[in-house]
Design a protein around this ligand. Structure first.
Ligand code: HEM
Length: 344
């Protein structure tokens, strides 16, 4: 009995020593690499708690800006077992994107959880899959006139609708318009036009709910979209992981219905070249060549989702920059005799 206990004790000591040795070896190897500095983290979880802070409410200054001031233009954050490097200077970012070995993207596990294993998209795709999808999207956009005069006409028409909406709110001066929501609707309406060939009204409650999902999503995925790429974080039953999953499934419902409506309207053409929408061109590709690992209905939903999420927040924020807001505020003040209140 005593002999058995002694051998178990020896085995436990051996295992502990080996674990300590591995940790020590790893630590000395990391030390030798001369990695950039970064804030101290917790054992095992590193700087993960930072991701659960809302930068808009917890700090006056964005956490990442504060770190850049303290540690320099390249610093590291440890997210669990993964190391993240933050580049805060345009030249560094440009240089980094010129290195082929750091151009890959982590797999979009959140898409796979929400949509299925075929979900790859464009923005979070890597390697040959990214090349195929990007080439296809650029080709379709070119055919649909993106970046040409015909597209400008479309943007001008949507701007007119937005101005009419702002005017109508100005008429009933007690209403305080949520400017960001209106810009989100305007911008996503343009994306809707290219994607399904449809357009929504500024008061459409279903579309307003979807715009709300987009706003929640960009908050929940976190910096560098970490909640999209970490299975552990995305799978959490609380916080941003849960919110990200919720947003993805609500958006999927919206897209499925719109794609179905598009299909039943028979807008889809078997010929990619004669298609008038992104969905039509994509379905045409499936019809012509048969479904494969890139062209299938799951990846269609993923690509559409990315077009909305990539284009809406970026463009809306650009449009509602202080310059635009000050212009609009002046216009409103003139109309309401100084009674206007615009909110972002
Ligand atoms: C002011 C407006 C915009 C800004 C600042 C912006 C910014 C960016 C940036 C920085 C990337 C690179 C992301 C990365 O590689 O990780 C990107 C990629 C992308 N953006 Fe935009 N974007 C804007 C508008 C749009 C619009 C309107 C759309 C389409 C509806 C769009 C669709 C895409 C797509 C599909 C990609 C992925 C391209 C690729 O993987 O090669 N973006 N955008």
């Amino acid at each position: 009995m005593f002999i058995i206990q002694q051998s178990v004790f020896t085995a436990v000591i051996c295992v502990l020593c080996s674990v300590l040795l591995i940790i020590l070896l790893k630590w000395t190897r990391v030390k030798k690499l001369k990695l950039p500095p970064g804030p101290k983290g917790w054992p095992f979880i590193g700087n993960l708690p930072v991701l659960f802070q809302d930068p808009g409410t917890t700090n006056d200054e964005y956490y990442y800006t504060r770190c850049a001031r303290q540690y320099g233009d390249i610093y590291k954050l440890k997210l669990g077992s993964k190391m993240m490097y933050v580049l805060c200077k345009f030249d560094y970012i440009r240089e980094a994107f010129n290195h082929s070995y750091i151009q890959g993207r982590p797999p979009a596990v959140a898409y796979q959880i929400a949509f299925g294993p075929e979900a790859k998209g464009i923005i979070l795709a890597s390697g040959s899959e990214w090349k195929v999808m990007k080439q296809f999207a650029v080709g379709v956009f070119r055919e649909l006139g993106v970046g040409k005069g015909v597209f400008e006409t479309r943007i001008r028409a949507e701007t007119e609708r937005l101005m009419l909406k702002l005017d109508s709110i100005g008429g009933s001066s007690s209403i305080c318009p949520n400017l960001m929501e209106l810009f989100y609707i305007a911008v996503s309406n343009i994306t809707c036009g290219i994607t399904f060939g449809t357009q929504f009204d500024y008061d459409d409650s279903r579309f307003k709910a979807i715009v709300n999902v987009m706003q929640t999503y960009s908050h929940s995925i976190g910096p560098s979209a970490i909640f999209l790429t970490s299975r552990l974080l995305c799978g959490l039953p609380f916080g941003p992981g849960k919110a990200t999953r919720g947003c993805l499934s609500k958006f999927k419902e919206f897209l499925e219905l719109e794609i179905e409506k598009h299909d039943s309207k028979n807008a889809c053409s078997a010929e990619k070249s004669s298609s008038t929408t992104f969905v039509g061109a994509f379905l045409g590709e499936i019809l012509n060549k048969g479904a494969d690992e890139n062209f299938n209905k799951v990846n269609l939903i993923t690509c559409c989702l990315e077009l909305f999420f990539a284009g809406t927040e970026t463009t809306s924020i650009t449009c509602t920059s202080p310059f635009c807001v000050s212009l609009l505020t002046q216009k409103f003040e003139m109309r309401l005799g100084g009674k206007s209140m615009l909110s972002l």
